[in-house]
Design a protein around this ligand. Structure first.
Ligand code: HEM
Ligand SMILES: *[C@@H]1O[C@H](CO)[C@@H](O)[C@H](O)[C@H]1NC(C)=O
Ligand SMILES: *[C@@H]1O[C@H](CO)[C@@H](O)[C@H](O)[C@H]1NC(C)=O
Length: 533
């Protein structure tokens, strides 16, 4: 243990040494393996793992409590654990427990230090894979391959103008087929599912092109893979890493996720081979003349990366990576229902954009970037309902000494408490007040017009991380959410089912999401008020 080349071998190293020191590793004893396994799972006391007590521990009530209880506490009350830790420690490091790992939470003054650490010292990808329980969920492919990351940076983001119209087109199709046409009757919808469908379709249009994006099998595979990865990681994080190999046999989502991945490969590999064939014949244009992510990946892939199975796998990784857009869009919708006074200013802004640049379908990147009120509302909504409470994840591969002398031990998994940091009154004045135009107002200040955007990272606003390793998809995400919200807000009215009851958020570990079953009411607005295509 601790000597494997597998990254999480590293994670346990600093702690395992001390465990060895007191000579009480249960599985080194002889005896019935199964009984010992059960014992370790349930009754290993936290104190056995508390070898790294340099930093105060939160989320552990007593050193004698079984580790699985501490893991479960973070699963249930992650937000409280992080808030308590942040309040008590302020500018100091604290830790909590997850799946046999001591997770270190760093205060924000280290954000620049962490940003500057090279990835062979503090590695973000190893940390993502660890977060996603990657060796159990097929997400460890990103340890060896960053083609999708490069393609987002080199092709998708510089080319956002080229993807707007296809996205709008796909959204119109989804609305046409999925939403009520009634102007009189209120219809019940579950926004979680409605928006998931829109995001899946609109993303697929860009990730795979027109010929594949309406393929019901792909739509099912891409959402189901994500869902099963999510279930697996939520469950696996409740147990020590060393049990995961065994648990994978019993958790249905683990083999379901793998089955969906196989299905995705079966679907995409023939398409990739077909494209390669056409390319070799000199027919370079992607179908329908619109560029798509798959063709971009194929264009810049090195020979080793060009394996069709790998490309297919990365397409699935992309649908998982872009999943957060769904949650953000649903949260914005709920916040508009909770704070309806912002709806009209946002609609007016959209109308004046129509007057300025013409019908919605002719909008370019600039028009979307001018929706400053909507953008501000999205950022404020993210402040109240962030998809994750932690970011800036890194796994320390070599002991690192920060600018003030703080030593990060090799094997530590570090992160920052995004939500606690942003809602510190020193970062956000009057943090309890929801001000949908907060960031809009900040942008009116001199020389700040281009800051404070939904997609801007700041050293205290870390929803997308910060620095070179920040989320590469945030510009696409911002655009996608706006493309979905504009027609929804212009063409429909929404109403809460029970007055003043915004659907409640659900929490699992550091993740915040909306209930899949929450319902609201909608109806179509009269033609005179609707957006002209
Ligand atoms: C509102 C939606 C989104 C949020 C809140 C979000 C957030 C994040 C965060 C926090 C990270 C890690 C950064 C760090 O730890 O420093 C990340 C990484 C990443 N995001 Fe996003 N993201 C969103 C949408 C997207 C979209 C739409 C895409 C794809 C087009 C995407 C692709 C990625 C990729 C590829 C990575 C790097 C993971 C890797 O190493 O493979 N994200 N994102
Ligand atoms: C945008 O996409 C088109 C079509 O694939 C391509 O020809 C062009 O080079 C891309 N532009 C950038 C900046 O990548
Ligand atoms: C995102 O993930 C959730 C939960 O894992 C899933 O229910 C949803 O369908 C996914 N959405 C998309 C657009 O893939």
């Amino acid at each position: 243990m601790g000597n494997t080349t597998e990254p999480w071998g590293l994670l346990r190293e600093p702690y395992s040494e001390s465990v060895k020191g007191n000579g009480s590793i249960p599985w080194s004893l002889t005896g019935p393996v199964v009984l010992l396994g059960a014992y370790c799972l349930l009754f290993t006391w936290s104190i056995l793992f508390d070898c790294n007590l340099k930093f105060p521990v939160f989320g552990v009530k007593s050193p004698w409590e079984p580790v699985t209880v501490s893991y479960f506490r973070f699963f249930r009350s992650g937000e409280t654990v992080l808030q308590e830790g942040y309040r008590a420690c302020r500018d100091k490091v604290f830790q909590f427990r997850r799946a046999g790992t001591n997770m270190l939470v760093l205060p924000p003054q280290y954000v620049d230090d962490i940003r500057k650490l090279p990835s062979h010292v503090a590695n973000p990808t190893v940390a993502h894979v660890h977060n996603l329980m990657g060796s159990s969920t097929n997400m460890d492919i990103i340890l060896h391959n960053n083609l999708h990351f490069r393609t987002i940076q080199l092709k998708l983001t510089p080319n956002l103008s080229a993807v707007i119209q296809p996205m709008q087109d796909e959204l119109n199709f989804a609305i046409e087929h999925g939403l009520t046409k009634s102007e009189d009757e209120w219809v019940t919808i579950k926004p979680y599912h409605t928006v998931a469908d829109f995001v899946a379709r609109v993303s697929a249009r860009i990730f795979l092109g027109k010929s594949m994006c309406r393929n019901p099998e792909w739509l099912e595979v891409s959402t189901q893979f994500t869902e099963n990865v999510f279930i697996s990681l939520v469950v696996l994080r409740l147990f020590p890493m060393w049990t995961h190999g065994l648990l994978n046999w019993f958790i249905p989502s683990s083999y379901k996720g793998s089955a969906y991945l196989r299905k995705a490969k079966k679907l995409l590999v023939p398409e990739i081979l077909r494209r390669r064939e056409r390319n070799s014949q000199g027919v370079n244009k992607p179908e329908g003349n619109n560029p798509d992510f798959l063709s971009w990946m194929m264009e810049i892939a090195t020979p080793e990366e060009s394996d069709p199975i790998t490309l297919a796998h990365l397409e699935v990784v992309m649908s998982l990576a872009s999943n957060t857009s769904q949650m953000n869009a649903v949260q914005v919708l709920y916040d508009l229902l909770a704070y309806p006074e912002y709806l009209e200013p946002i609609r007016e802004e959209i109308c004046s954009m129509v007057n300025e640049v013409g019908p919605w379908m002719s909008w370019g990147k600039l028009a979307f970037s001018k929706l400053q009120k909507l953008d501000s509302f999205m950022r404020e909504s993210q402040r109240f309902n962030p998809p994750t409470l932690l970011s800036m994840h890194r796994v320390i591969l070599e002991e690192a000494v920060l600018s003030d002398g703080l030593v990060l031990p090799k094997g530590a998994h570090i992160s920052m408490a995004v939500n606690a940091i942003q809602n510190d009154p020193e970062v956000t004045p009057k943090p309890k007040i929801f001000d949908g135009l907060r960031y809009y107002k900040l942008r009116q200040r001199e020389d700040e017009a281009n800051f404070h955007q939904f997609s801007s990272t700041q050293d205290r606003i870390l929803h997308f991380g910060y620095g070179a390793n920040a989320c590469p998809g945030r510009f696409f995400a911002s655009l996608e959410i706006k493309i979905i919200l504009v027609p929804l807000l212009m063409d429909y009215e929404f109403k809460l089912k029970h007055r003043d009851q915004r659907p409640k958020n659900l929490h699992a570990h550091e993740f915040i999401y909306t209930s899949p079953d929450a319902e609201i009411l909608m109806r179509r607005r009269p033609a005179s008020e609707r957006l002209e295509l």
